[in-house]
Design a protein around this ligand. Structure first.
Ligand SMILES: NCc1[nH]cc(CCC(=O)O)c1CC(=O)O
Length: 301
């Protein structure tokens, strides 16, 4: 029986995520053996520069995609948030599993609400999307660049004299951090990254066996929502220096999607909501992009 080699980054979160996918596959396909292959990516190696400077999106996936194409692995588990809008030739997303909490979260050194956070508190994040949205809610805050995996960033709360850090709820929950320490940022005023909270399984297009397996763990609702978000991203992507976010949801049978595009300095933040047929998710994502371009999104890119 074939052994399924599952490629993952070596971070603790990535490994937990790979285990989640293997567990789902084992339920329906116990006859296979599964093995995790750890792969170092450029994003894991270069830790002293902000992500947008060293290439932004794709940094955490390229080496893993190469391993798939070279048949060193059969399946790659990615955070959908880290994936560029398009897959390379020969690869496809065989499944997107059910989305975890899509929200961003503030973890304070001493838990309080955003309003209660003392004036000029130092907040760590290297994401432009997070920086400008937090500043739009609290202009006085001092944003500081921090890099590293989730554990490292939480340690920096103490070692770098920060008052708070912003992280994704999904990653924190998967790693077992306590929800009572989370201050949730609402998705309507703090738009998540495209794909945030969702896991994607990438495979070789011609691998029919893996395709059948992934079909079984795909979550259609999440798939359609994330694909709408990615269509929006693809149509707008002007580079990695631009803060972009989108969040799609199924509401009363329809697909609703919120989009956010901002200027790099945070002076202008555009938001727009579209809705449409849940089955025509590509159309809904396209409509959102077109409407936001009418509102001036391209001039911000
Ligand atoms: N860029 C790192 C990354 N990629 C995905 C997640 C969280 C998990 C997810 O969104 O599914 C994180 C950590 C974070 O932003 O806090």
């Amino acid at each position: 029986m074939r052994k399924i080699k599952v490629g993952s980054r070596a971070s603790q979160l990535a490994l937990v995520q790979a285990e989640i996918i293997i567990e789902m596959l084992q339920k329906s396909f116990p006859q296979y053996e599964y093995e995790i292959i750890k792969i170092k990516t450029k994003g894991d190696k270069i830790l002293d520069q902000t992500l947008s400077k060293i290439g932004g999106k794709g940094l955490f996936v390229k080496e893993i995609q190469t391993a798939l194409l070279e048949e060193e692995i059969d399946l790659a588990v990615h955070s959908m948030k880290d994936m560029p809008a398009e897959s390379p030739e020969g690869l496809v997303l065989g499944a997107i599993t059910e989305r975890e909490d899509p929200r961003d979260v503030l973890i304070m050194k001493e838990k309080c609400s955003l309003q209660e956070l003392p004036q000029k508190s130092a907040v760590g994040t290297s994401s432009l999307r997070r920086k400008i949205q937090l500043l739009s809610l609290r202009k006085d805050l001092q944003m500081r660049d921090i890099r590293g995996n989730v554990g490292t960033r939480l340690e920096k709360l103490h070692t770098e004299g920060l008052d708070a850090v912003i992280l994704a709820a999904a990653g924190l929950k998967r790693l077992g951090y306590q929800e009572e320490d989370f201050y949730y940022l609402d998705t309507t005023t703090f738009t998540p990254a495209v794909g945030q909270g969702a896991l994607g399984c990438e495979m070789r297009k011609k691998d029919k066996e893996v395709y059948e397996m992934l079909k079984k763990i795909n979550h259609k609702e999440t798939y359609n929502c994330v694909m709408a978000e990615r269509t929006f991203l693809k149509l707008l992507e002007g580079g990695c220096h631009v803060p972009i976010g989108a969040y799609g949801q199924k509401i009363e049978g329809e697909l609703w999607i919120n989009g956010m595009v901002a200027s790099a300095d945070g002076e202008t933040i555009l938001r727009h909501t579209e809705k449409g047929s849940f089955e025509n998710y590509l159309e809904v994502g396209t409509k959102l992009a077109k409407e936001m371009i009418k509102l001036g999104a391209k001039e911000l890119l």
